[in-house]
Design a protein around this ligand. Structure first.
Ligand code: SF4
Length: 590
């Protein structure tokens, strides 16, 4: 039986583990497949910002740009000059991030995360103009195949090539793996994933590499059309991977046993959701979807989830991701493609299993904090979670989730959610103008939003709202209505994020442009792995003016004393978990 390693590649934020690999690992182990997993994102970043890593970065800058970084651009020279101070102060900053006594101190948190930014800037300085922060920016576009091909070969500017080749890949492969699955959930991981696959092939050509994850599902058509995927990977799996990976292991096993008889191709043809090369032909196998009720709770073994070790995720308590459903129960919003990640299928985790998921993680890893990473947690599942937490031996654990504004978010319901450990809800508000709301098929009443925000905040639940400007036909005044709503309801909104409308491939607005007043749309020719379009509209804001308005609201947010705090949602959850309960009848945080 082939031995499998699943890898979560860089570069994304280091706040908490991502759910995909722990779900796959649990399933595969439960079906008798030897499977390990590693969060290479954390491993690589921790290595780069270690004292040794930062000293090496300073030496490398001087080798490349001369003593004191003489010939370096200003930002690189500044990172070098601040280097000794960064190295001295970073350990205390990382301790502050994990210290409950410091968590509510805004200044301490801002300073600690500012120092981390400085450390990442120094770590990436030798690779100028490449920059590392919570993503990776290189001179190459991450959504252009020709650029990606150059990025994974660039020995001078790719920060992963040497580190992977000389340290991290040899260390990983010591486990004697036959198959390495690389999960690409975010576009920011593309360069890290491709570089990793390339280095594995360089060092261990016999190891089978498999790409998977949301990005592969989303872009598999252009990736195949450009014949790019199989330059770096042997196979790819799209959409859900539990059964496909299990069957792939069986097929590889059978192929190894029967290769002399030439049965390999037939075995791979039976693996659902698999993209593979059959000689010169690219094959896309039949799709299948998992039975959500029968899946086991995720397993985080191998991920650095013990905060006491000090070498894993940044915060002092690990927040464990869970799903209460797969897919979205609404599925109608005209701008949205999120519900595609699960192939349009909506499936609910039954209450008993959801309770068992929570309890298993609490027992096995001491989990005290959860993030329900559903596209939108349905109110019924919120109730299941809160009911369980209220009844649980040892008391409720703290959690947050994303959701739609819904009628059941009344004062009484929010009180129950708070009692059941809910400390934050993230809402896709999109627009607070009723005509635009209805036109985009989000179909929430503005009054419902207002009432829900108030009920949450008065009952101790921190609220995050997300919205955008420029949905086709939206006028300047309608865009202003949303900004006005946000600032008028400031007492009930914890923070917000905003952007401008993106016309995405596969969204209802792209599939039926005329219905939404879109007169022309064209893919960006420079970004062949991008799923958004340039477009023009019959009436309302143009794409450019929508972007300008979004930027101006964004500036207003940054300058706002309440909304401008640069804290991640994970940090906010931990901060909210430490606050005393709201006083009955009094409003908090006004
Ligand atoms: S925006 Fe949210 S609620 Fe609307 S269809 Fe997408 S995932 Fe569902």
């Amino acid at each position: 039986m082939p031995k499998l390693l699943l890898v979560h590649p860089p570069q994304i934020a280091l706040y908490m583990p991502y759910l995909a690999l722990p779900s796959l690992t649990a399933y595969l182990r439960g079906h008798g497949k030897p499977c390990d997993q590693v969060d290479l994102n954390v491993r690589a970043n921790r290595r780069l910002i270690s004292e040794r890593g930062l000293r090496e970065a300073m030496a490398a800058v001087e080798r490349r740009f001369g003593p004191g970084g003489r010939d370096a651009p200003d930002d690189v020279r500044a990172a070098l000059e601040l280097g000794p101070d960064t190295i001295t102060r970073l350990p205390a900053a990382l301790r502050d991030m994990r210290d409950d006594a410091r968590l509510l101190d805004d200044e301490a948190m801002t300073a600690a995360f500012g120092l981390l930014d400085r450390a990442l800037a120094l770590a990436s300085a030798p690779f100028h103009p490449t920059k590392l922060s919570y993503d990776l920016s290189m001179r190459y576009a991450p959504n252009h195949v020709a650029d990606l091909q150059r990025a994974v070969r660039d020995e001078a500017e790719n920060p992963w090539l040497r580190l992977f080749r000389e340290e991290l890949v040899p260390e990983m492969l010591r486990g004697g793996y036959d198959v390495v699955g690389i999960g690409i959930a975010f576009e920011e991981q593309m360069i890290g994933a491709l570089t990793l696959a390339r280095v594995i092939k360089e060092l261990a050509p016999h190891v089978v590499t498999v790409a998977g994850g949301n990005v592969v599902s989303k872009f598999h058509t252009p990736l195949l059309a450009k014949n790019f995927l199989f330059e770096e990977f042997d196979h790819a799996i799209v959409y859900e991977g539990e059964t496909p990976l299990e069957r792939l292991c069986d097929a590889l096993d059978a192929r190894a046993a029967g290769s002399a008889a030439g049965h390999g191709a037939a075995d791979l043809a039976a693996v659902p959701n698999l993209l593979w090369r059959d000689g010169a032909t690219l094959r896309v196998n039949e799709m299948m979807y998992e039975q959500v009720p029968s899946l086991p709770p995720p397993v985080f073994d191998g991920f650095p989830v013990d905060p006491a070790a000090g070498d894993g995720y940044l915060l002092g308590h690990t927040i464990f991701p869970l799903l209460s459903v797969r897919g979205c129960y609404w599925k109608k919003c005209a701008f949205c493609t999120h519900h595609h990640s699960y192939g349009w299928r909506y499936r609910v985790r039954p209450p008993q299993q959801l309770d068992e998921d929570i309890e298993t993680l609490a027992r096995r890893y001491g989990a005290r904090h959860f993030y329900f990473v559903d596209e939108a947690v349905p109110p019924a599942q919120l109730k299941v979670i809160a009911d369980y937490m209220c009844a649980r031996d040892g008391g409720p654990l703290h959690w947050f989730g994303d959701m739609r504004f819904e009628q059941p978010l009344t004062d009484g319901f929010c009180r129950h959610l708070y009692a059941g450990g809910c400390r934050m809800l993230i809402f896709g508000l999109e627009s607070a103008n009723q005509r635009v709301q209805d036109f985009m098929d989000k179909n929430v009443k503005v009054g419902t939003m207002e009432r829900a925000l108030r009920a949450c905040t008065q009952n101790g639940i921190f609220t995050v709202t997300m919205f955008f400007t420029g949905f086709p036909t939206e006028t300047l005044q309608e865009a202003k209505d949303t900004a006005d709503f946000i600032f008028r309801n400031k007492p009930w909104i914890g923070t917000f994020s905003n952007g401008s409308f993106a016309l995405l491939r596969g969204a209802p607005a792209q599939l039926d442009p005329d219905k939404y007043g879109i007169t022309s749309l064209q893919p960006d020719p420079d970004h062949d792995l991008s799923d958004d379009y340039r477009y023009s509209v019959r009436t309302g804001l143009t794409q450019e003016s929508a972007q300008r308005i979004a930027e101006s609201i964004g500036r207003r947010r940054t300058e706002d004393e309440k909304f401008g705090k640069p804290f991640s949602r994970e940090l906010i959850l931990l901060r909210e978990s430490l606050r005393p309960p709201p006083t009955q009848g009094l409003q908090r945080q006004l």
